[in-house]
Design a protein around this ligand. Structure first.
Ligand code: HDE
Length: 716
């Protein structure tokens, strides 16, 4: 700022190399919260320049008081997250299943705000924790707010809401020393899980690479519970919701995830933000699996059991619309932090089932907003406001924004002409599906919830060899961090009921033996003699034994694309300038981007004596932050081959199965990395014969489209 407190003009800002900031304060005076213009924001009011500060200084008091109260309680789960605005567009209307207005016409658009999150870590924790990701979308429909509050994994750890606080206490940092942050690899989590066989299916997913996504933009999303759709004739169909990412479903590998957590703990947040800022708007198809009411008991699993999927082989996913996220929030706190999701925010045409996990959630979310946002008026915060008009007799409370006029705040009334008045169903009034319920009041779990291993097996058997290896490694890592041997052994007992070889291979890594008879107690943490209302576990053979949709590698649902992917171009002084320009141009054409990485920041001198700006030095980035590597030719290669950081950079890229493009001379550089001898016949090693070779860029891009070269892992 200038001395006289006037803002810089554009010219001055440019000279100072400043980006013009996006702000609602441009050309505005600094004021207090009461709108009084402030003349001096740098000095508190004192009795003399060396004297005591004066209590009278209302400007200082207001500023400090506000600062003291800047934090609100973070979400008890899903504290770490990022979100964006966008829209949902109907592509295939489904009026035959639902009367929900926003599903009625092709081309119809509804504004949305979607927040992605991890579950276990605190607000400041790393994005790359091994964890389930939240995938919560708020639809601002003409009939009120609809929230689809799902995850990137279609099942959950537990079947009944009563166990949720236990699950969360177990996975959160241990209470005596608050360690470890954002990690399930510790005793209390596995102690709980090893006593909860119903979590076996979810554990398979959570130990798979689904729990370490490459990007929020490359994750599937699931509503998890079975919901109901209700049509104009009040007929109900069961429904499961699916989000399918346009960019495909991709993950990083665990070693990479851990290194990203160090290099850029904001990796997913930055990725989402940058993609939207650069016009690479993330996109998902919304799909539904529909089951007629009459088929409720048709399957070997219970539709109400949230630890089960409906295999796509039994009920295919029908795409009904798409979501595009095209605008970053203006203010993280006001929007992403204060947004309040609730699975109970439904509109006419969507309804609940008796899934006992969902039923518990219907209580929890309002309750948690009361403590987080501090008032029953949280619906008045701009990001939470319905675009459908709101009229009722709810009044007052902390931070009430609405100024309700008139003397009537009750119903029935005559003084207000009976308004606001109830809407008939035909007028859009919400009416719950009139399901018949005729039962005893019991604390009991349905016998139909008692198969805990059938779908865990289905998931494991549907993975490719590489994916199974990753699950085994993840379990060795997690259980390896568990200090209590009895917990490790008990967990091996659980795994042996999913797959014997899986259990054996995990056991080998821990130098343990799989118990012949898995330890009891085995159901819902209750010993057999105390089972009471519990059911004995049973194993059901799934009607589907292999499901292509469950594997990320086996299931290339989309045309390969490298849009928005990042390529590190490894350079030093003397680099072949033309090669750098060629690859950069080829990548831009595909919507991807090349970054110049060098041993120093600033610029590199090319073979033509020109300067190319350096994006990052080997000190300020690492190869885990890129999708592929390119090594152009030129004199620079000598310097690079002497640099240990460069060798680490390449070594990691190779181990993490990334595509490496290299000029023939650059291959020399690779001979320095640990696995170089394995590089023969490697599809991910694309050689640039000379700078005129126009095929190189095309080959490099085609190889990148496959995401990773998994064959490299099996040959390591
Ligand atoms: Fe949540 N969950 N949850 N959950 N959940 C919350 O609400 C809860 C469950 C999910 O980006 C909390 O506002 C209970 C399943 C997401 O703001 C809280 C149970 C699924 C988000 C809560 C579950 C979810 C939350 C914490 C078991 C996938 C983040 C802060 C009965 C379908 C939403 C808050 C956002 C957040 C309770 C289980 C998804 C405490 C009691 C299953 C994506 O209310």
């Amino acid at each position: 700022m200038k001395q006289n407190n006037t803002p810089l003009n554009d010219q001055e800002a440019k000279q100072k190399d400043l980006m013009p900031a996006k702000s609602d304060a441009i050309n505005k005076f600094l004021t207090t919260d009461q709108g009084v213009k402030i003349n001096d924001d740098n000095n508190s009011l004192k009795a003399g320049e060396r004297g005591p500060s004066l209590l009278e200084d209302f400007i200082l008091r207001e500023k400090i008081t506000h600062f003291d109260h800047e934090r609100i309680p973070e979400r008890i789960v899903h504290a770490r997250g990022s979100g964006a605005h966008g829209y949902f567009e109907v592509t295939n209307p489904i009026p035959q299943f639902t009367k929900a207005g926003f599903f009625q016409q092709a081309g119809q658009k509804t504004p949305v705000f979607t927040r992605f999150s991890t579950v276990a870590g605190s607000r400041g924790s790393t994005d790359l924790a091994r964890d389930v990701r939240g995938f919560a979308a708020k639809f601002y429909t003409q009939e009120g707010i609809y929230d689809l509050v799902g995850n990137n994994i279609p099942v959950f750890f537990i079947q009944d809401a009563a166990k949720f606080p236990d699950l969360v206490h177990a996975v959160k940092p241990e209470p005596h020393n608050e360690v470890p942050q954002a990690a399930s690899a510790h005793d209390t989590f596995w102690d709980f899980i090893s006593l909860m066989p119903e979590s076996a299916h979810m554990i398979m997913w959570a130990m798979s690479d689904r729990a370490i996504p490459r990007s929020y933009r490359m994750m599937e999303g699931f509503g998890v519970h079975t919901f109901r759709l209700i049509n104009e004739n009040h007929e109900s169909h069961f429904v499961k919701f699916h989000w399918k990412p346009k960019l495909g479903t991709h993950a990083v590998v665990w070693d990479e995830a851990q290194k990203i957590s160090g290099s850029d703990p904001d990796f997913h947040r930055r990725d989402l933000w940058e993609a939207i800022e650069t016009g690479n708007f993330p996109e998902w198809d919304l799909g539904v699996q529909i089951v007629p009411e009459a088929d409720e008991h048709k399957y070997e699993f219970d539709l109400l059991d949230p630890t089960k999927i409906i295999p796509e082989e039994l009920v295919p996913v029908t795409i009904i619309g798409k979501m595009v996220l095209n605008k970053n929030p203006d203010n993280f706190f006001a929007e992403t932090e204060q947004i309040a999701f609730h699975p109970g925010h439904v509109v006419p045409g969507i309804d609940f089932t008796n899934d006992p996990l969902l039923q518990g959630r219907l209580f929890s979310y309002t309750d948690t907003q009361l403590s987080r946002l501090g008032s029953p008026n949280f619906h008045e915060i701009p990001i939470n406001r319905s675009i459908a008009p709101v009229h009722n007799n709810q009044r007052d409370g902390h931070m009430r924004q609405e100024i309700n006029v008139g003397r009537v705040s009750y119903s029935p009334n005559s003084l207000g002409g009976g308004c606001p008045y109830q809407a008939k169903i035909a007028e859009g009034g919400f009416a719950s599906f009139n399901e018949r319920v005729d039962a005893h009041k019991v604390r009991q779990r349905s016998e139909s919830f008692s198969d805990h291993f059938g779908q865990a097996k289905l998931f494991y058997n549907s993975q490719t060899q590489v994916e199974q290896d990753h699950i085994i490694k993840a379990l060795r890592f997690e259980l390896g961090k568990v200090e209590t041997t009895a917990i490790r052994v008990r967990m091996l007992g659980i795994l042996s009921q999913v797959d014997k070889t899986l259990a054996d291979r995990v056991a080998q890594g821990l130098r343990l033996t799989v118990p012949v008879a898995p330890e009891q107690p085995m159901n819902h943490g209750v010993s057999p003699e105390n089972l009471g209302g519990e059911q004995e576990p049973k194993t059901v053979t799934p009607s589907v034994e292999f499901s292509q949709a469950l594997s990320m590698i086996n299931n290339p649902t989309v045309t390969p694309t490298i849009a928005s992917r990042k390529v590190a171009i490894v350079c030093a002084d003397g680099v072949d300038e033309q090669a750098v320009l060629n690859i950069k141009m080829a990548l831009v054409k595909e919507g991807a981007k090349g970054f110049v990485i060098a041993p120093y920041q600033g610029n590199v001198k090319t073979d033509k004596g020109e300067e190319i700006a350096v994006d990052f030095s080997f000190l300020t980035c690492s190869s885990v932050l890129f999708d592929a590597i390119y090594i152009p030719g030129g004199q620079g290669l000598n310097e690079l081959s002497q640099d240990a950081d460069v060798m680490d950079f390449l070594n990691d890229a190779y181990r993490h199965c990334k595509v490496i493009g290299a000029h023939v001379d650059g291959i020399e550089l690779l001979s320095g990395i640990a696995f170089a001898k394995k590089t023969d016949n490697d599809e991910g090693l694309v050689i640039d014969e000379d700078t005129q070779n126009t095929d190189f860029a095309a080959n490099f891009i085609a190889a990148m489209g496959n995401h990773r070269i998994w064959a490299r892992e099996t040959s390591l």
